[in-house]
Write a protein that binds this ligand. Structure first.
Ligand code: CP
Ligand code: NVA
Length: 306
């Protein structure tokens, strides 16, 4: 059976725990190694990963490229517009062709449904590198960062301040699978989707949604933010106005636990969703978080190939 990685909610708690443990182990095992050296077990030796981007990326692009090399494999990267996809070749035909040429496909797409179509038609693993609906690879790196600094994620309280869209959605899925509490603060217009909240309820996940950022952050172990205007959002001015009360600043951070971590998937819009004082301050672990994209994705790739 082909193992796709499209959403955190597609995998069992045990599978996800094993992936996260592998991410921790792989990071520890290569401490101090040059970035280009291959891991001892080289689980992707002779394998090729195709990467397709419909939207901009820095972290996802470079971390997946570094990840597949550290696993002993290689990558081919293209924007969708440079491919015949950009001239109307179907996703299904693209999936069949690439399946004959590479061993796995990572795609960052505008529409989540397109990633699902790609996975249905492909005979190699497909990995979601962010869609309008979710960003599962990001969340694994975030959980790895939290566990490195604060131990087991189980039972922790995470506060999400901002848009209830893709990154937040994957945190909702993760709350169910990793058994942590997730307090979401967002404007009513930008709340999580009904489907994600139904998933949370059916999974008995501890997920709350409020319009009050102070209530969400109070006593939290981790405070997280994301851009107020995601790639593809057109209502820029309206969003800046709606999200203004949702800035993570020094005053808001004071309401969380004194040793609370600050995380942000990046890129950050300093002075909007987060102040310089917070993102550059002692509680911020955003650079570890960015680095962990490599380690977490190596664990995902190894799982897909296993
Ligand atoms: N966090 C994240 O996915 O960053 P990029 O958009 O740079 O890939
Ligand atoms: N929510 C952001 C995340 C970027 C990594 C976006 O979709 O643009």
């Amino acid at each position: 059976m082909v193992k796709h990685f499209l959403d955190i909610s597609d995998l069992s708690a045990a599978e996800l725990r094993a992936i996260l443990d592998d991410a921790h182990a792989r990071k520890k095992a290569r401490l101090g190694w040059p970035k280009g050296r291959v891991d001892a077990d080289a689980p992707a030796q002779d394998r090729v990963l195709a990467m397709i981007f419909e939207k901009n990326s820095t972290r996802t692009r470079f971390s997946f490229d570094a990840a597949i090399r550290q696993l002993g494999g290689d990558a081919i990267i293209s924007t969708a517009t440079d491919m015949q996809l950009g001239r109307g070749e179907t996703i299904e035909d693209t999936a069949k062709v690439l399946s004959r040429m590479v061993d796995a496909i990572m795609i960052r797409a505008n529409r989540h449904e397109d990633v699902e179509r790609l996975a249905r038609a492909a005979s190699v693993p497909v990995i979601n590198g962010l869609t309008n609906k979710s960003h599962p690879c990001q969340i694994l790196a975030d959980l790895q960062t939290i566990e490195e600094h604060r131990g087991d994620i189980k039972g922790k309280t995470l506060a999400w301040v901002g848009d209830g869209n893709n990154v937040c959605a994957s945190f909702i899925h993760a709350a169910a699978r990793f058994d942590f509490t997730l307090n979401i603060a967002c404007p009513a217009k930008y709340k999580p989707s009904n489907a994600d909240m139904v998933f949370a309820a059916e999974s008995r996940a501890r997920v709350t949604v409020t319009q009050d950022p102070e209530a969400a952050v109070r006593g939290a172990d981790v405070v997280m933010a994301d851009t107020w205007v995601s790639m593809g959002d057109l209502d820029h001015e309206e969003r800046l106005e709606a999200f203004e009360p949702y800035q993570v600043n020094e005053a808001l951070m004071k309401l969380a636990k004194p040793d609370a971590l600050f995380l942000h998937c990046l890129p950050a819009h300093r002075g909007e969703e987060v102040t310089d004082g917070v993102i550059d301050g002692p509680q911020s672990q955003v650079w570890d978080e960015a680095e962990n994209r490599i380690h977490a994705q190596k664990a995902v790739l190894a799982w897909c190939f296993s």
